[in-house]
Design a protein. Structure first.
Length: 71
């Protein structure tokens, strides 16, 4: 999950300032993630939703990350 968030932050074409302003997550958290750090589950959920993903729990306790369809 953190790898997906890291990749999206790096490749989305938006500045860290813009992502921070849009999500309400401080820039130092973005910096930490991009440079190999982690974040809380709540922060991960905010980023995943921001980038158009949702966490879907499958049977047998497995978690899947699905891309939202853009309407």
């Amino acid at each position: 999950m953190i790898e997906l968030i890291r990749r999206q932050i790096k490749t989305c074409g938006k500045s860290r300032y813009r992502i921070s302003a849009d999500t309400g997550i401080r820039q130092n958290v973005l910096f930490r993630i991009v440079n190999g750090g982690t974040c809380t589950a709540e922060t991960a959920d905010i980023f995943l939703r921001y980038f158009g993903y949702e966490i879907v729990k499958k049977k047998k306790g497995k978690v899947n990350y699905g891309k939202h369809s853009k309407r």
